[in-house]
Every structure is written in structure tokens, then in C-alpha cells.
Design a protein around this ligand. Structure first.
Ligand code: HPA
Length: 278
């Protein structure tokens, strides 16, 4: 059997964090590629670099700062991941899911997860925000899931329901905040692939045919752990590039990070509005 974490492992990590942090976070926030800036406005911030936390997967990708930030945002106690680890970096799915487990052990009840994604829906443009209404777990369908291995019954059931992954109330709140702040909010289905190579035009036509609106290389594993443990989820994609359906354009990581600069202010306004109205 591969390496799976035990409840004692998660609690050891949570206790190490508690030695340095004196607040109980209720909201977890994962900031994806090029979206980390929001963490810089956390009040009373306590920052812990990932490499100082046992077992914590350290992000190796440009655009991921790699630290936890605890503090307040719009009056809520938050725990922010400024950067995340991906399966393509070489981590196991158990490692990719570990941060959300630790969040749950620390008291997080709501997870706000963000990512950079390519648009598969032709009506989306780079710079758009997309409320994730559901996901296609293509990577999980092939066996790559953080729930593989012994089930930790204390945390959640062996066969968790995935009928309502993205919380409807939180989604409604995000729509309301977007309208009030004149932020255009697209909606759709996110699909997670392993990456790190971007998709071929044929891949993208396939993804469109099976019902995806945006494609990325993260989020679904973390959200699966969140739902297994009963954590409420709000997911937002920042559309960083148009899918290259005809093969005429190229997709680069630089493009993804540049789009982040346009997305961050809108994303920050949206997340702040949601937290204020919790
Ligand atoms: N494909 C997959 N992942 C991505 C993309 C993309 O086009 N853009 C940002 N992350």
C-alpha cells in the first residue's frame, strides 16, 4: 500500500500550527496560480512557510508563494493557502489532499477554493470569473483520488455523496455580491486533468463534448476531501486563457499569470463581499 496519512498525522500537523497561531480559523481559502495577492491584505497576519510544516506539500510552481497565512478578512477568521501543490509536481493525491484535512482539524467549516483555468466554453474570455457549479472528476475516474486508501471513519464516510459539491447558498451569495459590485460572473462546470501539458485541440473538443466549461489541473482533489469531511465549498475559477480549440494560438504559463493580474481585484471584491455577508 502507498503512504496514507492517519488521523494522528493530521492532528500532529494541526497541533504544530496551533503552537504558532492563536486563532481558530472557520474559513479556508486556497489561492491558485497568480491569485495569491489577496493574502497580502489579511489583518493581523501570521505567516507560516509550507516547508516549516511537517508533511505539507510545498508548491514548486512559479506564481505560488508557498505559505499559510492566518488572520482576519472582513471580520472572519481565515486560513489562507498562498499557493498549492498539484499532482503533476509529483505529489501523491494523499499529499494534495492533506492541507484540507488539516484545515478541517483546525476548525474550518467553509472552503473557498480558487484556480486559474482555461475556458472551454466559447462564451468565456480571459479575465472572466466563473462560479463553479459542478465538476467533472476525470482525474478521479481513473483512480487518482485523495480518498483512496483506508477510510478515516472519524472524518467522513467510505462512499461520500457528491450530488451537491458546491454549496447552493454560497453560490447564491456569490451571485448577489457579483451583481451588487457589477462583477460579471460566469457559471459552469470545471474539469480537472493531471497536466502539466496543456490540452491538444482534440482534447479540448472532447472536454467540450462531455460538458466542461473550464479546464484546470487542481481543485477537484481538495474539494473531494472537503466534501468527505462535510466542509461547505465555494469554488471560483479565474479564466486565464481561451482554450486552443483550433490549434491557432499557444497557451503559456506566463499568460496564465498575467491574466491573474486582471482577475485578482475582481476576485478579491467577490470573496470579500461573500465573507462580509456570511
Ligand atoms: N488548461 C489546463 N489548465 C489550465 C489552463 C488550461 O488552458 N489554464 C490555466 N490552467
Amino acid at each position: 500500500m502507498g503512504k496514507f496519512f492517519t488521523l494522528a498525522d493530521y492532528d500532529e500537523i494541526a497541533n504544530r500550527i496551533r503552537e504558532r497561531v492563536n486563532i481558530e480559523p472557520h474559513v479556508g481559502l486556497i489561492l491558485g496560480s497568480g491569485l495569491g495577492q489577496l493574502a497580502d491584505s489579511i489583518e493581523n497576519a501570521i505567516k507560516i512557510p509550507y516547508h516549516k510544516i511537517p508533511h505539507w506539500p510545498v508548491s514548486t510552481v512559479v506564481g505560488h508563494q508557498g505559505r499559510l497565512v492566518f488572520g482576519q478578512l472582513e471580520g472572519q477568521n481565515v486560513m489562507v493557502m498562498q499557493g498549492r501543490a498539484h499532482y503533476y509536481e509529483g505529489y501523491s493525491m494523499a499529499e494534495v489532499g492533506l492541507p484540507v484535512r488539516v484545515m478541517q482539524r483546525l476548525g474550518v467549516e467553509t472552503l473557498i477554493v480558487t484556480n486559474a483555468a482555461g475556458s472551454v466554453n466559447p462564451n468565456f474570455s480571459p479575465g472572466d470569473l466563473m462560479l463553479i457549479t459542478d465538476h467533472l472528476n476525470l482525474i478521479g475516474m481513473t483512480g487518482r483520488t485523495p480518498l483512496r486508501g483506508p477510510n478515516l471513519d472519524e472524518l467522513g464516510p467510505r462512499f461520500p455523496d457528491m450530488g451537491r459539491v458546491y454549496d447552493r447558498e454560497l453560490g447564491a451569495l456569490a451571485r448577489k455580491v457579483a451583481t451588487e459590485n457589477q462583477i460579471q460572473l460566469q457559471e459552469g462546470v470545471y474539469i480537472c486533468l493531471a497536466g502539466p501539458a496543456f490540452e491538444t485541440p482534440a482534447d479540448l473538443r472532447f472536454l467540450r463534448a462531455i460538458g466542461a466549461d473550464a479546464v484546470g489541473m487542481s481543485t477537484v482533489p481538495e474539494v473531494t476531501v472537503a466534501r468527505h469531511g462535510g466542509t461547505r465549498v465555494l469554488g471560483i475559477s479565474g479564466i486565464s486563457n481561451k482554450a486552443n480549440l483550433d490549434g491557432d494560438t499557444l497557451t503559456t504559463h506566463e499568460e496564465v499569470l498575467e491574466a491573474g493580474q486582471i482577475i485578482v481585484p475582481k476576485l478579491a471584491a467577490l470573496i470579500r463581499g461573500v465573507l462580509r455577508n456570511f
